[in-house]
Design a protein around this ligand. Sequence first.
Ligand code: SAH
Length: 396
Amino acid sequence: MPAVSKIFIHSGKERSIERKHPWVFSGAISKNEGNLQEGDVVEVCNHKGGHLGYGHCQNGTIAVRMLSFDNQFPDADFYTDKIQSAWNLRNAIGLINNSSTSIFRLIHGEGDFLPGLIIDYYNGNCIIQCHSIGMYCDLEKIKNALIKVVGQQLKSIYQKSSSTLPKEFTAYHGDGYLFGDTAVPVVALENDNEFYIDWITGQKTGFFIDQRENRNLLGRFSKGKKVLNTFCYSGGFSVYALQNGANLVHSVDSSSKAIHLTEANIQLGKFAAEKHNSFVADTMDFIKELKEDYDIIILDPPAFAKHRAAKHNAVQGYKRLNAAAIRQIKKGGIIFTFSCSQLVDKELFTNTIIAAGIEAKRSVRSLEQLHQPADHPINANHPEGEYLKGLVIQVD
Ligand code: SAH
């Protein structure tokens, strides 16, 4: 095992590491030993020098992201083991060689014991997004592990970290293919619905995979209904609504690029043109001036709270948005409402929706509590990993 720098943890602060929480905050560190560079693998030690594990170090509040809590050094075999085990999990939940779904998340950071790493799978193409410099430094090992684990089905590996890491680290290599060279967009399947996926110019890795099961549920509510899909991105919810017999679907996004993607996916699904319309608009403006009497409204905004200081304003934002939709929807109408802000937990989100109902002076019933799917697992030692929550509510 190569010699690496060490960091020492203040007495008493090692407890969360012993409980296998993967984040070491900068305040927990008493001193460093060695020539520490951002992205390096470091040995993490207690105040007496006892070994606690290995992690990636980086300047910032989260100073180390733990990779192992024993003597396993994060070498090539380590990445192969972790990616193989993630693949086995996706196999166990029916996502590998599934003739209806060729889109899934293969690595979900802490949930797959690889903090800082996201890998999404689109029909044989693996898109890597690094959220830590350490993972970026280990890309070669990650690539080789993917080649081994995915095997014959692997068409390409594309790495896209320029939007998730500081410029000085990604400027040299830039985004691009590490293996293969697939022309985008590709067509991939989710529950038998076809979608164009473009990881090069699309948001995130190209698609919001975490809504798969919630889109399926929307489908079950959609027959004969008039549906408004706000924050629609590439039209995932719109396609499911139409596929399941909605009478009319309106898709709204503030990005014209997103609306182009939605329209392309609606065409791909060969839905009757008169059943769908899209609008480049701010959702709040659109909802305030609703011209239609919708049966179903979907509210899936981007994370309003990206850091702690923004939490209060984020909650106010969710309340305003939901109150507007609750006020406007027809009697008996259904709202699928979501928050993907990690900092707004399930209880706070539910209370916010209750408050929105009170503000709108309507009676609200909660029908379903929604969640992120099993290919976005939550590490029990890292409850912060539960980020997507949603409610299906009915408004009288
Ligand atoms: N529901 C989508 C994912 C939503 S991502 C899906 O199933 O794929 C959030 C989307 O909100 C992005 O496409 C972004 O362009 C859009 N957005 C951000 N702010 C907005 C606003 N104020 N009004 C409308 N859309 C907005």
